[in-house]
Design a protein around this ligand. Structure first.
Ligand code: ASP
Length: 312
């Protein structure tokens, strides 16, 4: 039992020891720790889980090392279209946006949809207009673009032109979506997820992250979940809501519930991972990739970050 708990992720994928520089490794861990600090300061002062997950995700959106906000992956046209969602487990209120192009922190736009609109999901131009009208910080689309993401798109498009791959999945498959789940002192749960989607995506493609029940879900009667990975599979598995349902209807422990859904996604051919927290504050990671950027902060003083599969 934890009085409060916060778990974050920065994407799953082919993250193996020796596969990244020491600077990159430590920079990513520092960003995860900063996100945990931001959420922790909300939770330890008795703040709401929904405020904590928003604060934690906004830190990772601002960091170029993750596929969300600044540093998000590029679509086939070389621009950025962002998806995000937030959900409050106390009343299952939720807000989500898809394909937005000018909000500095898409998680804050998802929050505005939840708090200040009668809707759950807004997309495209309408969501961009709602963002401006809500007074959220705007950014030109090139604020989100980094040289690393331009290079990744170029390599992928060249490989596709040479007959290698379909021009959407990264050959190295590093999903860098960010997310957070929390339990606050009042016992309420919340989840938030933010992403640029998949490199080279086309035709207005939307992944699992902003789909309530797929990539993001929170229900005080079950758990809060944020996913990362091959979004099409997480949508088809209704992954996040199913983990909560496994707990509620089949009395599974959270770890077992998350592993069950991850195994199902693996059988379908999908890859990725989830973070989750139960109503009693039990924190969980589950992933079927070599690694996942992740971390947790707990009321007992724990504050840890990890990347590779062999880390606790
Ligand atoms: N799940 C995200 C998507 O499919 C990608 C990611 O996790 O990086 O849009």
């Amino acid at each position: 039992m934890q009085d409060w708990a916060l778990v974050v992720h920065g994407g799953a994928g082919m993250l193996e020891r020796g596969g990244m520089t020491a600077e990159h490794d430590s920079g990513q861990r520092a960003a995860l720790a900063a996100a945990l600090q931001a959420g922790k300061s909300v939770l330890q002062d008795g703040g709401a889980a929904v405020d904590a997950v928003e604060a934690a995700v906004a830190v990772l959106e601002d960091h170029p090392g993750f596929n969300a906000g600044h540093g998000a992956v590029l679509n086939a046209e070389g621009t950025v279209e962002l998806d995000a969602a937030i959900m409050n487990g106390a009343d299952r209120n939720a807000g989500a946006v898809a394909g937005v192009t000018k909000t500095r922190n898409p998680v804050r736009l998802a929050r505005a949809v939840m708090d200040h609109s009668p809707h759950v999901m807004l997309q495209g131009n309408g969501a961009d207009i709602f963002s401006e009208q809500s007074g959220l910080e705007q950014a030109p689309n090139d604020y989100f673009v980094t040289a690393e993401r331009q290079e990744a798109l170029r390599r992928m498009q060249e490989a596709a032109a040479a007959g290698d791959g379909d021009g959407v999945f990264d050959a190295e498959v590093k999903f860098g979506t960010v997310g957070a789940v929390a339990r606050d002192k009042a016992g309420n749960l919340a989840a938030a997820t933010s992403t640029g989607g998949l490199t080279g995506k086309r035709f207005g493609r939307v992944g699992d992250s902003p789909i309530v029940g797929a990539g993001t879900y929170a229900d005080n009667r079950g758990c809060a979940v944020s996913a990362t990975g091959s979004g099409e599979f997480y949508i088809r598995a209704n992954a996040a809501a199913t983990i909560s349902a496994e707990m509620r209807y089949r009395d599974q422990e959270l770890q077992q519930a998350a592993d069950t859904v991850q195994a199902d996604i693996r059988r379908m051919g999908g890859a990725g991972g989830v973070i989750a927290v139960a109503a009693d504050g039990t924190p969980v990671y589950s992933f079927n990739t070599p690694g996942m950027y992740r971390g947790m902060a707990l009321a007992d003083g724990t504050l840890t970050t990890a990347i590779y599969g062999d880390e606790a």
